[in-house]
Ligand binder design. Structure first.
Ligand code: UFG
Length: 334
Protein backbone atom coordinates (compact mmCIF):
# COMPACT_ATOMS: atom_id res chain seq x y z
CA UNK A 1 0.00 0.00 0.00
CA UNK A 2 0.96 3.63 -0.28
CA UNK A 3 1.01 5.68 2.95
CA UNK A 4 1.38 9.33 3.87
CA UNK A 5 3.13 9.58 7.25
CA UNK A 6 2.68 13.00 8.85
CA UNK A 7 5.29 13.65 11.52
CA UNK A 8 7.47 10.94 10.00
CA UNK A 9 10.62 12.84 11.00
CA UNK A 10 9.72 12.47 14.68
CA UNK A 11 10.55 9.75 17.19
CA UNK A 12 7.70 7.29 16.64
CA UNK A 13 6.91 8.35 13.05
CA UNK A 14 10.45 7.67 11.88
CA UNK A 15 10.41 4.17 13.33
CA UNK A 16 7.04 3.48 11.70
CA UNK A 17 8.30 4.78 8.34
CA UNK A 18 11.28 2.45 8.51
CA UNK A 19 9.03 -0.52 9.28
CA UNK A 20 6.55 0.28 6.49
CA UNK A 21 9.37 0.55 3.93
CA UNK A 22 10.95 -2.69 5.13
CA UNK A 23 7.62 -4.44 4.51
CA UNK A 24 7.48 -3.21 0.92
CA UNK A 25 5.01 -0.35 1.33
CA UNK A 26 5.44 2.95 -0.42
CA UNK A 27 5.83 5.86 2.02
CA UNK A 28 5.87 9.61 1.73
CA UNK A 29 6.70 11.56 4.89
CA UNK A 30 5.07 14.95 5.46
CA UNK A 31 6.68 17.01 8.21
CA UNK A 32 7.37 20.69 8.89
CA UNK A 33 10.63 19.81 10.71
CA UNK A 34 9.68 22.09 13.60
CA UNK A 35 10.41 19.26 16.04
CA UNK A 36 11.43 16.43 13.74
CA UNK A 37 14.76 15.62 12.13
CA UNK A 38 15.46 15.49 8.43
CA UNK A 39 18.17 12.90 9.11
CA UNK A 40 15.50 10.53 10.50
CA UNK A 41 13.80 10.31 7.08
CA UNK A 42 15.17 8.14 4.27
CA UNK A 43 16.43 10.15 1.31
CA UNK A 44 13.85 11.19 -1.22
CA UNK A 45 10.89 10.46 1.05
CA UNK A 46 10.38 13.82 2.74
CA UNK A 47 7.98 16.60 1.84
CA UNK A 48 8.43 19.63 4.08
CA UNK A 49 5.06 21.23 4.68
CA UNK A 50 2.54 22.49 7.20
CA UNK A 51 -0.64 20.67 8.17
CA UNK A 52 -2.47 23.89 7.33
CA UNK A 53 -1.25 23.75 3.71
CA UNK A 54 -4.29 21.93 2.34
CA UNK A 55 -3.23 22.35 -1.27
CA UNK A 56 0.16 20.77 -0.73
CA UNK A 57 -1.44 17.97 1.27
CA UNK A 58 -4.10 17.36 -1.36
CA UNK A 59 -1.61 17.35 -4.23
CA UNK A 60 0.71 15.01 -2.27
CA UNK A 61 -2.13 12.58 -1.55
CA UNK A 62 -3.07 12.55 -5.24
CA UNK A 63 0.45 12.42 -6.64
CA UNK A 64 1.46 9.45 -4.49
CA UNK A 65 -1.90 7.73 -4.83
CA UNK A 66 -2.06 7.47 -1.05
CA UNK A 67 -4.32 4.75 0.38
CA UNK A 68 -3.72 5.38 4.07
CA UNK A 69 -2.71 8.35 6.22
CA UNK A 70 -0.76 7.76 9.41
CA UNK A 71 -1.01 10.94 11.44
CA UNK A 72 1.83 11.40 13.93
CA UNK A 73 2.35 15.12 13.43
CA UNK A 74 1.53 17.15 16.52
CA UNK A 75 2.87 18.69 19.67
CA UNK A 76 3.35 16.45 22.68
CA UNK A 77 4.55 18.38 25.73
CA UNK A 78 2.04 18.44 28.58
CA UNK A 79 3.69 21.43 30.31
CA UNK A 80 3.92 23.46 27.11
CA UNK A 81 0.26 22.74 26.40
CA UNK A 82 -0.69 24.29 29.75
CA UNK A 83 1.44 27.39 29.09
CA UNK A 84 0.39 27.87 25.47
CA UNK A 85 -2.92 26.06 24.82
CA UNK A 86 -3.55 28.10 21.65
CA UNK A 87 -0.49 26.54 20.06
CA UNK A 88 -1.77 23.07 20.94
CA UNK A 89 -5.34 23.60 19.74
CA UNK A 90 -4.05 25.23 16.54
CA UNK A 91 -1.52 22.52 15.76
CA UNK A 92 -3.18 19.39 17.03
CA UNK A 93 -6.84 20.15 16.37
CA UNK A 94 -6.95 22.77 13.59
CA UNK A 95 -3.96 21.10 11.89
CA UNK A 96 -5.79 17.77 11.90
CA UNK A 97 -9.00 19.34 10.55
CA UNK A 98 -7.00 20.73 7.65
CA UNK A 99 -5.42 17.33 7.01
CA UNK A 100 -8.85 15.69 7.10
CA UNK A 101 -10.15 18.14 4.49
CA UNK A 102 -7.39 16.97 2.18
CA UNK A 103 -8.11 13.34 3.09
CA UNK A 104 -11.76 13.78 2.16
CA UNK A 105 -10.94 15.59 -1.05
CA UNK A 106 -8.56 12.82 -2.11
CA UNK A 107 -11.06 10.15 -1.08
CA UNK A 108 -8.59 8.42 1.26
CA UNK A 109 -10.47 5.99 3.49
CA UNK A 110 -7.91 4.92 6.10
CA UNK A 111 -6.51 7.11 8.88
CA UNK A 112 -4.39 5.94 11.82
CA UNK A 113 -4.04 8.55 14.54
CA UNK A 114 -1.45 8.94 17.33
CA UNK A 115 -3.42 9.24 20.52
CA UNK A 116 -2.21 8.90 24.08
CA UNK A 117 -2.84 7.56 27.56
CA UNK A 118 -3.25 11.24 28.48
CA UNK A 119 -6.87 11.00 27.25
CA UNK A 120 -7.64 9.08 30.47
CA UNK A 121 -6.41 11.83 32.79
CA UNK A 122 -6.22 10.52 36.37
CA UNK A 123 -7.66 7.03 35.86
CA UNK A 124 -9.60 5.46 38.69
CA UNK A 125 -8.77 1.88 37.77
CA UNK A 126 -5.71 0.01 36.61
CA UNK A 127 -4.93 -1.61 34.20
CA UNK A 128 -6.69 0.89 31.98
CA UNK A 129 -8.91 -0.40 29.20
CA UNK A 130 -10.45 1.55 26.36
CA UNK A 131 -13.85 1.95 28.00
CA UNK A 132 -12.42 3.64 31.11
CA UNK A 133 -13.62 7.20 31.40
CA UNK A 134 -11.73 9.70 29.30
CA UNK A 135 -11.20 12.89 31.26
CA UNK A 136 -7.92 14.50 30.22
CA UNK A 137 -6.46 16.94 32.73
CA UNK A 138 -4.40 19.13 30.41
CA UNK A 139 -4.81 20.79 26.99
CA UNK A 140 -2.49 18.23 25.35
CA UNK A 141 -4.74 15.33 26.38
CA UNK A 142 -7.84 17.30 25.42
CA UNK A 143 -6.54 17.99 21.89
CA UNK A 144 -5.96 14.27 21.40
CA UNK A 145 -9.42 13.35 22.70
CA UNK A 146 -11.03 16.02 20.51
CA UNK A 147 -9.36 14.59 17.42
CA UNK A 148 -10.61 11.12 18.36
CA UNK A 149 -14.13 12.56 18.56
CA UNK A 150 -13.74 14.38 15.25
CA UNK A 151 -12.58 11.17 13.62
CA UNK A 152 -15.60 9.29 14.99
CA UNK A 153 -17.96 11.91 13.53
CA UNK A 154 -16.12 11.86 10.18
CA UNK A 155 -16.35 8.09 10.10
CA UNK A 156 -20.12 8.22 10.61
CA UNK A 157 -20.70 11.04 8.14
CA UNK A 158 -18.07 10.44 5.47
CA UNK A 159 -17.11 6.81 5.91
CA UNK A 160 -13.44 7.50 6.66
CA UNK A 161 -12.19 4.49 8.61
CA UNK A 162 -9.89 5.30 11.50
CA UNK A 163 -7.90 3.79 14.30
CA UNK A 164 -6.79 5.86 17.30
CA UNK A 165 -3.78 4.29 18.99
CA UNK A 166 -3.39 5.38 22.59
CA UNK A 167 0.29 5.08 23.41
CA UNK A 168 1.45 4.61 26.95
CA UNK A 169 5.15 5.50 27.51
CA UNK A 170 7.05 5.14 24.25
CA UNK A 171 10.61 4.00 24.88
CA UNK A 172 13.69 2.44 23.26
CA UNK A 173 15.16 2.79 19.81
CA UNK A 174 15.70 0.82 16.62
CA UNK A 175 18.47 -1.78 16.92
CA UNK A 176 20.27 -0.24 13.93
CA UNK A 177 21.32 2.70 16.10
CA UNK A 178 20.24 5.00 13.24
CA UNK A 179 16.93 6.13 14.76
CA UNK A 180 16.12 7.13 18.30
CA UNK A 181 14.65 9.64 20.70
CA UNK A 182 15.93 13.21 20.28
CA UNK A 183 13.68 15.85 21.81
CA UNK A 184 14.66 19.41 22.63
CA UNK A 185 14.01 19.98 25.41
CA UNK A 186 13.99 16.40 26.66
CA UNK A 187 11.43 15.75 29.40
CA UNK A 188 11.04 11.96 29.32
CA UNK A 189 12.45 9.79 32.06
CA UNK A 190 14.56 7.21 30.21
CA UNK A 191 16.49 9.59 27.91
CA UNK A 192 17.09 11.94 30.86
CA UNK A 193 18.49 9.13 33.01
CA UNK A 194 20.70 8.03 30.11
CA UNK A 195 21.95 11.60 29.71
CA UNK A 196 23.13 11.38 33.32
CA UNK A 197 24.91 8.13 32.44
CA UNK A 198 26.59 9.96 29.54
CA UNK A 199 27.78 12.73 31.86
CA UNK A 200 25.52 15.30 30.14
CA UNK A 201 23.58 15.90 33.38
CA UNK A 202 24.71 15.71 36.98
CA UNK A 203 21.75 13.78 38.38
CA UNK A 204 18.22 12.63 37.70
CA UNK A 205 15.37 14.25 39.61
CA UNK A 206 12.80 11.81 40.98
CA UNK A 207 9.50 13.66 40.93
CA UNK A 208 7.94 12.47 44.18
CA UNK A 209 8.64 9.43 46.38
CA UNK A 210 5.46 9.57 48.44
CA UNK A 211 2.97 8.09 45.97
CA UNK A 212 0.78 5.18 46.91
CA UNK A 213 3.01 2.65 45.11
CA UNK A 214 5.35 -0.02 46.54
CA UNK A 215 8.47 2.22 46.42
CA UNK A 216 6.63 5.55 46.51
CA UNK A 217 7.53 6.56 42.92
CA UNK A 218 5.22 6.70 39.89
CA UNK A 219 4.57 3.61 37.83
CA UNK A 220 4.38 3.69 34.01
CA UNK A 221 3.97 1.16 31.21
CA UNK A 222 6.99 1.49 28.87
CA UNK A 223 6.34 0.24 25.36
CA UNK A 224 9.06 -0.18 22.73
CA UNK A 225 8.86 2.22 19.81
CA UNK A 226 9.16 -0.63 17.27
CA UNK A 227 6.19 -2.37 18.91
CA UNK A 228 4.27 0.87 18.48
CA UNK A 229 5.34 0.98 14.82
CA UNK A 230 4.13 -2.60 14.34
CA UNK A 231 0.70 -1.71 15.77
CA UNK A 232 0.32 1.04 13.13
CA UNK A 233 0.95 -1.39 10.32
CA UNK A 234 -1.54 -3.85 11.78
CA UNK A 235 -4.08 -1.06 12.19
CA UNK A 236 -3.67 -0.10 8.53
CA UNK A 237 -4.17 -3.71 7.49
CA UNK A 238 -7.18 -4.09 9.80
CA UNK A 239 -8.87 -0.95 8.54
CA UNK A 240 -11.51 -1.22 5.92
CA UNK A 241 -13.39 1.83 4.76
CA UNK A 242 -15.89 2.74 7.45
CA UNK A 243 -14.28 0.64 10.18
CA UNK A 244 -13.18 2.38 13.39
CA UNK A 245 -11.47 1.58 16.65
CA UNK A 246 -9.41 2.90 19.54
CA UNK A 247 -6.71 0.74 21.11
CA UNK A 248 -4.37 1.08 24.07
CA UNK A 249 -0.77 0.19 23.39
CA UNK A 250 1.30 -0.92 26.36
CA UNK A 251 2.93 -4.08 27.68
CA UNK A 252 0.53 -4.42 30.61
CA UNK A 253 3.49 -4.23 33.03
CA UNK A 254 4.31 -1.21 35.15
CA UNK A 255 7.73 -0.01 36.30
CA UNK A 256 8.41 2.63 38.91
CA UNK A 257 10.73 5.58 38.39
CA UNK A 258 13.10 4.00 40.88
CA UNK A 259 13.10 0.69 38.99
CA UNK A 260 13.82 2.49 35.72
CA UNK A 261 16.81 4.27 37.25
CA UNK A 262 18.11 0.94 38.59
CA UNK A 263 17.65 -0.72 35.18
CA UNK A 264 19.57 2.17 33.58
CA UNK A 265 22.38 1.67 36.10
CA UNK A 266 22.51 -2.05 35.28
CA UNK A 267 22.44 -1.49 31.50
CA UNK A 268 25.03 1.32 31.42
CA UNK A 269 27.25 0.25 34.31
CA UNK A 270 27.23 3.90 35.49
CA UNK A 271 26.48 5.25 38.91
CA UNK A 272 23.64 7.72 37.99
CA UNK A 273 23.04 9.96 41.03
CA UNK A 274 19.41 10.78 41.84
CA UNK A 275 17.80 13.56 43.85
CA UNK A 276 14.27 13.52 45.25
CA UNK A 277 12.14 16.45 44.15
CA UNK A 278 8.53 17.50 44.65
CA UNK A 279 5.81 15.77 42.71
CA UNK A 280 5.32 17.04 39.15
CA UNK A 281 1.78 18.47 38.89
CA UNK A 282 -0.64 16.24 37.00
CA UNK A 283 1.29 12.96 37.31
CA UNK A 284 -0.99 10.01 38.09
CA UNK A 285 0.57 7.46 40.47
CA UNK A 286 0.06 4.54 38.12
CA UNK A 287 -0.61 4.22 34.38
CA UNK A 288 -0.64 0.67 33.08
CA UNK A 289 -2.43 -0.41 29.91
CA UNK A 290 -4.73 -3.26 29.20
CA UNK A 291 -3.97 -3.93 25.54
CA UNK A 292 -6.30 -6.91 25.26
CA UNK A 293 -8.34 -5.18 22.55
CA UNK A 294 -5.28 -4.57 20.34
CA UNK A 295 -4.21 -8.17 20.86
CA UNK A 296 -7.63 -9.50 20.00
CA UNK A 297 -8.58 -7.19 17.11
CA UNK A 298 -5.23 -6.36 15.53
CA UNK A 299 -3.37 -9.57 16.45
CA UNK A 300 -0.75 -7.25 17.99
CA UNK A 301 1.61 -8.41 20.71
CA UNK A 302 4.61 -6.48 22.03
CA UNK A 303 7.89 -8.24 21.22
CA UNK A 304 9.81 -6.24 23.82
CA UNK A 305 8.47 -7.28 27.20
CA UNK A 306 11.69 -7.02 29.21
CA UNK A 307 12.36 -3.48 30.45
CA UNK A 308 16.10 -4.15 30.55
CA UNK A 309 16.04 -5.00 26.84
CA UNK A 310 14.00 -1.86 26.06
CA UNK A 311 16.45 0.35 27.96
CA UNK A 312 19.39 -1.42 26.26
CA UNK A 313 18.08 -0.38 22.83
CA UNK A 314 17.75 3.22 24.06
CA UNK A 315 21.30 3.09 25.46
CA UNK A 316 22.58 1.75 22.13
CA UNK A 317 21.18 4.88 20.45
CA UNK A 318 22.21 7.43 23.10
CA UNK A 319 25.72 6.06 23.55
CA UNK A 320 26.33 5.89 19.78
CA UNK A 321 24.78 9.30 19.16
CA UNK A 322 25.25 11.36 22.34
CA UNK A 323 24.26 14.54 20.48
CA UNK A 324 21.33 12.85 18.76
CA UNK A 325 20.77 13.62 15.10
CA UNK A 326 23.17 16.56 15.27
CA UNK A 327 26.07 14.14 14.89
CA UNK A 328 24.89 13.10 11.44
CA UNK A 329 26.16 14.77 8.30
CA UNK A 330 22.91 16.52 7.61
CA UNK A 331 21.41 19.86 8.35
CA UNK A 332 18.72 18.28 10.50
CA UNK A 333 16.80 20.67 12.69
CA UNK A 334 16.34 19.99 16.38
N1 UFG B 1 10.02 11.60 35.90
C1 UFG B 1 10.92 11.88 36.92
N2 UFG B 1 11.97 12.68 36.62
C2 UFG B 1 12.18 13.23 35.40
C3 UFG B 1 11.25 12.95 34.36
C4 UFG B 1 10.17 12.13 34.66
O1 UFG B 1 10.77 11.41 38.04
O2 UFG B 1 13.15 13.98 35.22
C5 UFG B 1 8.89 10.73 36.19
C6 UFG B 1 7.54 11.38 35.93
O3 UFG B 1 7.13 12.11 37.07
C7 UFG B 1 6.67 10.15 35.63
C8 UFG B 1 7.64 9.17 34.97
O4 UFG B 1 8.94 9.63 35.31
O5 UFG B 1 6.23 9.61 36.82
C9 UFG B 1 7.53 9.16 33.46
O6 UFG B 1 7.59 10.50 33.01
P1 UFG B 1 7.72 10.89 31.47
O7 UFG B 1 7.78 12.37 31.41
O8 UFG B 1 8.80 10.11 30.84
O9 UFG B 1 6.37 10.37 30.84
P2 UFG B 1 4.87 10.67 31.27
O10 UFG B 1 4.35 9.43 31.91
O11 UFG B 1 4.72 11.92 32.02
O12 UFG B 1 4.26 11.00 29.86
C10 UFG B 1 3.66 10.07 29.06
C11 UFG B 1 3.72 10.54 27.64
C12 UFG B 1 2.90 11.79 27.45
C13 UFG B 1 1.52 11.58 28.00
C14 UFG B 1 1.57 11.14 29.43
C15 UFG B 1 0.19 10.82 29.97
O13 UFG B 1 5.05 10.77 27.26
O14 UFG B 1 2.82 12.08 26.07
O15 UFG B 1 2.34 9.95 29.51
O16 UFG B 1 0.17 10.98 31.36
F1 UFG B 1 0.83 12.74 27.96
Amino acid sequence: MSFLVTGGAGYIGSHATRLFLSRGHDVVVYDNLSRGHEAAVPQGRLIVGELTDRQLLASTLREYDVEGVVHFAGLTYVGESVEDPALYYQTNVAGTLSLLDAVRAANVRRVVFSSTAAVYGMPDSCPIHEECSRSPINPYGRTKLMVEQILADYQTAYGIGFVALRYFNAAGADASGELGEDHAPETHLIPLVLQVALGQRKSIAVFGNDYDTPDGTCIRDYIHVNDLADAHLRALEWLEPGKAGAFNLGTGHGHSVREIIDVCRAVTGKEIPEVIRDRRPGDPARLVASSEAARRELGWKPRFTDIQEIVATAWNWHSKRPAGYRTSHSNASR
